[in-house]
Design a protein around this ligand. Structure first.
Ligand code: ADP
Ligand code: MG
Length: 524
């Protein structure tokens, strides 16, 4: 099949009370990589679901090679040569690569289950043609995230896709896996396939795409050649204003250690050690970033520091006092604030008001748990000021937390956690899934907290965030700290190597930070 010319014309799609797409225009020329960018909630996924037949447009039409087509469902879209790789993969863990690729395809529907050998041979041939390294016999559960993504791409190609829609494909990948994916995508484009790349990482747009379309609040604000558009301009189009640069790192030497762990071992749900012999200290006035591929002990480390899971060995000190790991309340009382990654389970109660959420976990503080704080006007008035200060929209103390967008929920948590005067702050994936405006806001707050002499431990799988905010960086790999560095002495690529255990030891000296000899830090 030749690659079709795709034209989305005036697409409007309403979801609930929100207009997810408002008269959006997008044209896809055969063989181009078209980046679809915009903040969270801008309407990118919705637009592509309309194209792929997962949503019906309320207005507008889809033209394929100039002819109007109704995409009634994904099968119709596949018949027109479209394929989509979703943000969350849709693979069957217990089946092999070949089985997953051929499962439910037209060939299989027509001729019944393929003999395993046939399926494997077909998939191997396809993988070779598009230079997608995968083992057709491997089970999905054995594969890395990057390899699973290649299987999703193969699945689409097996069904004859000539237009590939990738929804935030790099969000789950390490820098090395991103390079591998981009090589695959370039090979596909060389073969004449067109690609829609949904992303909000603008460096990726620069590296890969030929054109970009920017959505903001459901509307298209621009379509342009990537070569003509600077990253700054793209960011401005996305958020509607020019983001101010982050403040300079202060040169002041950090002070006393406020969050310390020594010889820490934490076991996971299966009782296996997930954090192994970890020691570090975060001092007053510094941000220490923990980098790592998800699943290398970050989760257990966070749970332990927050007091939600006691260590099986070693100890934790908060502001100089030993804590037991036996309760979030004890850790809070010792001086720890916690911005959790799991907003809706750990951070907020969605059917409580914003005002109530602001005092969540603080009810036992003097003056909070009693009388006017819960229920009266005092709480509301105090809350309104704080919501405004933290730019929570709408700043209505009576609104339910569950109604806020992800970015506003995160700002609400920051408003609660960062206004208690805690001396140590545990920020766990503080900007995951939030829009650029909120990311920028939270970054500035964390830097302000550091400058005010707090100790901040930042755990994040976003390397750009780690590099932008940290004074020191520790890399966690298989539960151990395998590398310590500073943003000035490293880059995403180098960190990526350490994060995947591929850096050979000894080739990256640990640079001492001025005013903070490294022996006082992580690896002492
Ligand atoms: N199933 C749904 N029901 C109601 N609103 C939705 C639904 N899916 C998405 N939305 C809303 O539509 C808007 C666009 O969402 P989406 O297309 O997912 O944005 P993006 O992919 O750019 O982050 C958002 O405001 C989102 O909250
Ligand atoms: Mg999306």
């Amino acid at each position: 099949m030749s690659t079709p010319h795709v034209h989305l014309k005036g697409i409007t799609r309403r979801l609930g009370t929100c207009v997810a797409n408002d008269g959006v225009e997008l044209e896809l020329v055969p063989g181009e990589i078209h980046a679809l960018v915009g903040e969270n909630g801008a309407g990118k996924s919705t637009l592509m679901k309309v194209l792929f037949g997962l949503h019906q447009p309320d207005e507008g039409e889809i033209l394929i090679d100039g002819r109007r087509v109704r995409m009634t469902d994904p099968r119709a879209a596949m018949r027109h040569g479209l394929g989509m790789v979703h943000q969350h993969f849709m693979l069957v863990d217990t089946l092999t690569v070949a089985e997953n690729v051929t499962l439910g395809s037209e060939t299989q529907a027509r001729f019944g289950l393929l003999a395993p050998g046939d399926a494997e041979r077909e998939v191997a041939a396809l993988a070779e043609r598009y230079r997608l390294p995968v083992d057709p016999k491997a089970r999905i559960s054995q594969l890395s995230v990057g390899a699973q993504q290649r299987v999703e791409i193969l699945k689409a190609l097996y069904r004859g896709a000539r237009v590939l829609i990738l929804d935030e494909p790099t969000a789950v990948l390490t820098p090395q896996e991103v390079d591998e994916l981009f090589a695959v995508l370039r090979a596909l484009v060389a073969d004449g396939v067109s690609i829609v790349l949904i992303t909000h990482k603008l460096a990726e747009v620069k590296a890969l795409a030929t054109r970009l379309t920017v959505l903001r609040a459901g509307r298209r604000v621009a379509t342009a050649l990537v070569a003509d558009t600077s990253i700054e301009r793209m960011a401005e189009l996305m958020v509607g204003h020019v983001p101010a640069p982050l403040t300079e790192r202060s040169d002041e030497a950090p002070g006393a250690p406020l969050l310390e762990v020594r010889g820490l071992e934490v076991r996971d749900a299966r009782r296996l050690p997930a954090v192994r012999d970890v020691s570090f200290a975060v001092r007053a006035g510094e941000i220490v970033g923990i980098a790592g591929v998800e699943g290398n002990g970050q989760h257990e480390l966070i749970e332990c520091l927050a007091g939600l899971c006691p260590p099986s060995r070693g100890d934790v000190r908060i502001a100089g006092a030993a804590v037991s790991g036996h309760g979030a309340r004890e850790h809070r009382a010792a001086g720890l604030a916690h911005i959790p990654s799991d907003r809706l389970h750990r951070g907020l109660v969605s059917d409580m008001s914003l005002a109530e959420n602001l005092v969540l976990g603080l009810q036992r503080r003097p003056g909070v748990g009693t009388g006017p704080w819960l229920g009266g006007h005092t709480l509301e008035d105090a809350s309104r000021a704080r919501l405004q200060e933290y730019d929570v929209r709408p700043p209505d103390p009576r609104a339910f937390a569950g109604r806020l967008s992800g970015g506003n929920q995160q700002k609400l948590i920051a408003a609660r956690e960062l206004t208690q005067g805690a001396r140590a702050i545990l920020a766990a994936h503080p900007t995951r899934g939030v829009d650029l405006g909120a990311i920028d806001f939270i970054h500035r707050r964390l830097l302000a907290e550091r400058d005010a002499g707090r100790a901040v431990l930042l755990v994040s799988s976003e390397l750009s965030e780690i590099l932008a905010l940290s004074d020191r960086i520790l890399v966690l790999y298989e539960g151990r700290i395998v590398h310590e560095t500073t943003p000035a002495a490293t880059d995403e690529r180098t960190l990526g190597l350490h994060m995947t255990g591929r850096a050979s030891h000894g080739d990256s000296p640990l640079p001492p930070r001025e005013g903070a000899p490294r022996t006082s830090g992580g690896l002492a």
